[in-house]
Write a protein that binds this ligand. Structure first.
Ligand code: SF4
Length: 191
């Protein structure tokens, strides 16, 4: 099985072509403002988050683990969460986001990727996850349904197909995404 990362799901939902560039035809990426800001902000966030109350997540108790690395052999999937919250009966994956805009579908699928690994490793049901909007200090909750977890599994198969077939997928229809894309220099049919 081709080993994949949870971030592949996020990128596949953003644009399947990104997966192709990452695995089949690796190219040098253009560093975007968001990426640079994210790197600088990460250390500060950890320090602030450790003092933050779990009530921000609607929780009254739980342990926190930063930058939790996980790997499921049976799924062939690995990922590193910004934060994992563990309560007595379940787990909550948390992804930090460094913009004020609301999270998109690709962020949901990243959380789903973490959820299916956690469920596989710890035999539990991970029903919710959070995207924490750092500048707004606001936690956005996502329901992680069984149906959407299955869909994430289907996407992993599609990603493996792109890699094994080595066929470049069509460009994403939304040109707004392309403007903000780290691979924009390589999509000659778009620009
Ligand atoms: S520039 Fe557009 S089509 Fe090309 S990889 Fe980025 S989002 Fe996809």
């Amino acid at each position: 099985m081709i080993p994949l990362r949870v971030s592949d799901l996020k990128q596949f939902v953003y644009c399947p072509r990104v997966v192709f560039y990452n695995y089949v035809m690796p190219v040098e990426k253009v560093s975007t403002f968001k990426m640079e800001y994210g790197k600088v902000a990460e250390d500060k966030i950890d320090r602030l988050e450790s003092r933050r109350k779990l009530l921000k997540y609607g929780l009254t108790h739980g342990g926190r683990e930063f930058h939790k690395q996980l790997y499921s052999e049976s799924l062939g999937l690995s990922g590193k969460m910004d934060l994992l919250i563990k309560t007595t009966d379940t787990y909550y994956p948390v992804d930090f986001k460094f913009t004020t805009s609301q999270p998109h579908k690709n962020h949901l699928y990243q959380l789903l990727g973490y959820a299916i690994i956690l469920e596989d490793l710890y035999n539990c049901n991970v029903a919710k996850g959070f995207v924490y909007l750092v500048p707004k200090e606001d936690a956005v909750v996502f329901d992680l349904t069984d149906e959407s977890k299955k869909e994430a599994g289907t996407m992993l198969n599609e990603i493996r197909y792109i890699i094994s077939s080595q066929q470049i997928p069509p460009a994403v229809p939304s040109r707004n995404k392309c403007t903000d894309c780290e691979y924009r220099n390589f999509c000659g049919d778009v620009f």
